[in-house]
Design a binder for this molecule. Structure first.
Ligand SMILES: NC(=O)c1ccc[n+]([C@@H]2O[C@H](COP(=O)([O-])OP(=O)(O)OC[C@H]3O[C@@H](n4cnc5c(N)ncnc54)[C@H](OP(=O)(O)O)[C@@H]3O)[C@@H](O)[C@H]2O)c1
Length: 255
C-alpha cells in the first residue's frame, strides 16, 4: 500500500506555502518523502518556513517570488534548472481574497485577484509542465480551487471567477498534457481555519452560519487536505485527470 503513496525522490513546489493550507501541504508531502520547495512573496517568511521544515528533518528549500510575475517565475525555473532541481509535483496554492460588492469593485482589484488566483496557475503550470514534458517522466499538478469553483457567494466576484477558472484550467491542462503522463487535478477546500478567514472566524454570525450549514458542523483544518493532496501527488492517482475533489465536510452535497 505505502509504495502507492510514497513520494520519496520527488520534488514538489507548493506556491503560497509559508502558512495556512500551503504550509500544511508542504509538510504533508515532505512527510511522505518529497523534497519541498516553499514559496511566498516574503523572503523572511520563506526562510522561516524552510527552517521549520528542516528542523523536523524534512528536505526543504525556498523560493521567494510573486507567482503572478511571469518574468520572476521564468527566471526562478531557469535557476532551478541550473541548480539541477526538477519539479515533479506542482501545487498551485497561492491565493488572496478581496471582498467588495461588485458594483463598487474597481478593475485593478478584480485584476489583482484574477492574476494571483488564476493567471499564476497558468504561468507556473506552464513552466513546470514544459520541463516535465521534456524530461519524459510525467508529473503531477494540483490546483487549489474552492467551494466557489462550483457555487457563488456575494462580494467575492473575482475570487469566484478565478476559482471557477481553476477547475477548468486543470481540465485544460489534462486535455493537453495527459498524453505526457501529467495528471492535473484540483482540490476544492471548504471553509478552512487559516489567516485568510480570520475576519470570518471572528464574525459570530458567519461562524454560526458555517457551523449550522456544513453537515460536518465545523470548519475544516489545513491538515485535513493533506490526504487528498498526497493521493493526487502520488502514483496512486496515475489515471485520475482533470477532476476536482471537494474536501468540504460534505457541504456541496447538501441543500
Ligand atoms: N482558507 C480557506 O477556507 C480556503 C478555502 C478554499 C480555498 N482556499 C484556497 O487555498 C489557498 C491557500 O489559502 P489559505 O487560506 O491557506 O491562505 P493564507 O493563509 O492567506 O495563505 C496564502 C499563502 O499564499 C501566499 N501568497 C499570496 N499571494 C501570493 C503571490 N502573489 N505570490 C506568492 N505567494 C503568495 C501567502 O504568502 P505571502 O503573503 O507571504 O506572499 C501565503 O503563503 C488559496 O488559493 C485559497 O484561495 C482557502
Amino acid at each position: 500500500m505505502s509504495a502507492l503513496f510514497d513520494l520519496s525522490g520527488r520534488t514538489a513546489l507548493i506556491t503560497g506555502s509559508v502558512r495556512g493550507i500551503g504550509y500544511a501541504l508542504a509538510e504533508g508531502l515532505a512527510a511522505e518523502g518529497a523534497t519541498v520547495i516553499v514559496n511566498s512573496r516574503q523572503q523572511a517568511a520563506v526562510d522561516e518556513a524552510v527552517a521549520k521544515l528542516q528542523a523536523k528533518g524534512y528536505q526543504a528549500r525556498g523560493l521567494a517570488l510573486d507567482v503572478s510575475d511571469e518574468a520572476a517565475v521564468i527566471a526562478a525555473f531557469e535557476q532551478l534548472d541550473q541548480d539541477g532541481v526538477e519539479v515533479d509535483i506542482l501545487i498551485n496554492n497561492a491565493g488572496i481574497q478581496f471582498r467588495k460588492p461588485m458594483v463598487e469593485l474597481e478593475l485593478k482589484d478584480w485584476q489583482r485577484v484574477i492574476d494571483t488566483n488564476l493567471t499564476s496557475a497558468f504561468i507556473v503550470g506552464k513552466e513546470a509542465a514544459k520541463r516535465m514534458i521534456a524530461r519524459g517522466r510525467g508529473g503531477k499538478i494540483i490546483n487549489i480551487g474552492s467551494l466557489t469553483s462550483e457555487a457563488a457567494r456575494p462580494t467575492i466576484a473575482p475570487y469566484t471567477a478565478a476559482k471557477g477558472g481553476i477547475k477548468m484550467l486543470s481540465r485544460a491542462m489534462a486535455a493537453e498534457w495527459a498524453q505526457f503522463n501529467i495528471q492535473a487535478n484540483s482540490i476544492g477546500p471548504g471553509y478552512i481555519l487559516t489567516d485568510m478567514n480570520e475576519a470570518l472566524v471572528n464574525n459570530p454570525e458567519f461562524d454560526a452560519w458555517v457551523k449550522s450549514s456544513n453537515p460536518a458542523k465545523r470548519w475544516g483544518r489545513p491538515e485535513e487536505l493533506i490526504g487528498t493532496a498526497v493521493y493526487l501527488a502520488s502514483s496512486a492517482s496515475n489515471y485520475v485527470n482533470g477532476q476536482i475533489v471537494y474536501v468540504d465536510g460534505g457541504w456541496l452535497s447538501v441543500l
